[in-house]
Design a protein around this ligand. Sequence first.
Ligand SMILES: Nc1ncnc2c1ncn2[C@@H]1O[C@H](COP(=O)(O)OP(=O)(O)OP(=O)(O)O)[C@@H](O)[C@H]1O
Length: 288
Amino acid sequence: MTGAGHADGLRVDRVRFTRGNRLIIDDLDCTVPAGAVGALLGPNGAGKSTLLHLIAGIERADAGAARFGDRDLASLRRRDRARAIALAEQEVTDAPGLTVAEVVALGRTPHLGAFSGPSERDRAIVARGLEDAGLLDLADRDYGSLSGGERQRVNLARALAQEPQLLLLDEPTNHLDIRAQLTMLGLVRELARGGLTVLAALHDLSLAAAYADHVVVLAEGRVVAAGDPHAVLEPELIRDVWGVEASVIEHPATGRPLIAYAGIAGAPLPVPQPVPLPAPLPTGESLA
Ligand SMILES: Nc1ncnc2c1ncn2[C@@H]1O[C@H](COP(=O)(O)OP(=O)(O)OP(=O)(O)O)[C@@H](O)[C@H]1O
């Protein structure tokens, strides 16, 4: 998936975005190298989803530009943009009454001809997306009947079916159990090894440090730090940005930063007290 045109990866230059008279994104610069996994971090309301929307072309910046390689993303035609960039959000809203396989197949839309149906190749890509996201057993289920975690995997599979060069993920691990979180981020890493460039908004700092090559930390619409997770995720930054006391230790197995929270600034974590268990009922008695 690497090649001419996007060898430099994603570059956001002085992007500014206001809603009404509120400045949401403030002259923001950031980059994600081609073939890297970038994690977009920051507190609630920092502007992560808005930035992903601006890059994906769902919102239009007041100033500045987002480029992928040598292409200004705002200047791409809608269809070309949809072939280059996929955004997986938490909810697919345009899927009433569709099965899982049909939702994933929507990802092929930018690649279909105006009057032609899906080709064998399109079907194979959808099948691979379903398999990669662990959805083969759910392919015929109504999307609306799925659990939050199952939907999250469908959203990823749909984005992968788009065969993007740049994959944007908005809180992709939300609703997922821990194994599913590791599986999803492992898949994303694997795809990046094949040349895909990824930017994922995440809240779990340790997971971000484990899977991302590059982190971008936002606060109030600005980048406050960016770079290698080891260099960026320091206790001082976590205190300043999130107002949380933390120790950053080295993961004993992987050597990646592991964030151990010690409480919000000024209020240490409570120490749980042992709770006496109720006495067992005498044999033969019941609660009824
Ligand atoms: N449709 C909207 N109308 C008005 N303000 C909005 C709208 N969408 C987002 N905002 C505001 O823009 C700011 C950035 O929101 P955004 O959703 O980008 O933050 P975020 O970092 O993704 O937050 P979270 O971690 O809570 O998902 C917030 O102050 C939010 O209230």
